[in-house]
Design a protein around this ligand. Structure first.
Ligand code: FAD
Ligand code: DHB
Length: 389
């Protein structure tokens, strides 16, 4: 089989890219290793930037998001005692949308058949071939036979552990990486949120985050050592620790309930350069990872594919390959700024093994400065709502 664009991975990056290409009549096939239920079962991002919601609006795929999502005008930083509100609407004129990655993915999946976007699920042994030639291909196993898809371009949207980045020879690229000495333990529960806006808290015991999926479903996280297991944190212990770290006011309004989901994710900053090698382009987590503190991962996947779809549309509609050459540098300029913001907010809000009393006072002084300075709040707000494309 021959298609114009073969997309590996049916996460947010792959599905959004597929829809953006289909909207311009370009043939795209998405090849995914997992099943639809597996993809929908992963509880991940919760906060969408305007740049991301604009893409969904443009595609005409935002009806459910606009009906069920929660637009937020601000969020809070906490030092365990008080809330410092960052009024993003007043400071930037923009809002963010609280709408789960699961829901966004479901909307993109449901719309695929009607828009001629074919997705092959449960494809095993996905492999890339001849990416340095102008006839690259992807092979995979499905239903007991081997399939080969020839394409003009392959887009690697297969997340951090996928085969696409690995297909680029080591000599052709460079990875930049920082691994943090802790993870986030997340809990999802059908209880009302403790606050109408998110709270990112820096406490002596470590970071905590109060988030939500709806008015009746809450999502919380705490920083834990990498050696901890989910089994170390029965629900009661986790709720007790959240109450301590989020501070007395949030604790007083917190409703406890049984966990629907509980998992630990490690924190990492990672960028692979370049984002294109021959006829292979990387997008989303396949090319870069941010620690989750700034809520940037899914939003970067969306901005990557906004740039990438533009480049591919220009190639197929105007036979102009300049956009393809410019894709990586253009995407990376935005990626690095989001890396910087995510790293900085992570550094400000977490307890590190070397957070000695001086370092702790520096964190408290910075939070106190942010509380008193509109300039500092504006810097945080404009990064949080998303830098312009
Ligand atoms: P993925 O979602 O990882 O999708 C990649 C797809 O490729 C997967 O479906 C995978 O099964 C498939 N795949 C892998 N290997 C193969 C293979 N061999 N063959 C075929 N397919 C393959 N981001 C935000 O913007 N805001 C947030 O609030 C936020 N919170 C987060 C909280 C947590 C706990 C975590 C873990 C992440 C969070 N993120 C957040 C990050 C966000 O979830 C990711 O950045 C986002 O999922 C990236 O999308 P993607 O499509 O690039 O990759
Ligand atoms: C959520 C996750 C984040 O990483 C973040 O910064 C904000 C919210 C969430 O899952 O709700």
């Amino acid at each position: 089989t021959k298609v114009q664009v073969a997309i590996i991975g049916a996460g947010p990056a792959g599905l959004l890219l597929g829809h953006l290409l289909r909207a311009e009549g370009i043939e795209a096939l998405v090849i995914e290793r997992a099943s639809p239920d597996y993809v929908l079962g992963r509880i991940r991002a919760g906060v969408l930037e305007r740049t991301t919601t604009d893409l969904l609006d443009r595609l005409g795929l935002s009806d459910r998001m606009n009906a069920e999502g929660l637009p937020h005008d601000g969020f809070n930083l906490a030092d365990g005692e008080r809330l410092i509100r960052i009024d993003i609407a007043a400071l930037t004129g923009k809002q963010v949308m609280v709408y789960g990655q699961t829901e966004l993915t479901r909307d993109l999946m449901d719309a695929a058949p009607g828009r001629g976007l074919e997705i092959v699920y449960e494809a095993a042994d996905v492999a890339l071939h001849d990416i340095e030639s102008d006839r690259p291909s992807v092979t995979f196993q499905k239903d007991g036979s081997v399939h080969r898809i020839e394409a003009d371009f392959i887009c690697g949207c297969d997340g951090f552990h996928g085969p696409s980045r690995q297909a680029i020879p080591a000599s052709a690229g460079q990875a930049f990486e920082k691994v943090y000495p802790f993870g986030w333990l997340g809990i999802l529960a059908d209880v009302p949120p403790c606050n109408h806006e998110l709270i990112y808290a820096n406490h002596e015991n470590g970071f905590a985050l109060a988030s939500m999926r709806s008015k009746t479903r809450s999502r919380y996280y705490i920083q834990v050592p990498l050696t901890d297991q989910v089994e170390d944190w029965p629900d009661d212990r986790l709720w007790d620790e959240l109450a301590v770290r989020l501070g007395p006011d949030a604790a007083a309004s917190m409703t406890r309930g049984p966990a629907i989901e509980k998992s630990i994710a490690p924190l990492r900053s990672f960028v692979f350069e370049p984002m294109r090698h021959g006829r292979l382009m990387l997008a989303g987590d396949a090319a870069h990872i941010v620690p989750p503190t700034g809520a940037k991962g899914l939003n970067l996947a969306a901005s990557d594919v906004a740039y990438l779809s533009e480049a591919l549309i220009r190639y197929f509609q105007q036979s102009d390959s300049d956009g393809i050459a410019a894709y990586g540098p253009r995407a990376l300029a935005r990626v690095w700024k989001a890396e910087r913001f995510s790293w900085q907010l992570t550094t400000l809000m977490h307890r590190f093994p070397d957070t000695d009393p001086f370092a702790r006072r520096m964190q408290m002084a910075e939070l106190d400065y942010i509380a008193s300075s509109t300039a500092a709040q504006t810097t945080i707000a404009e990064n949080y709502v998303g830098l312009p494309l």
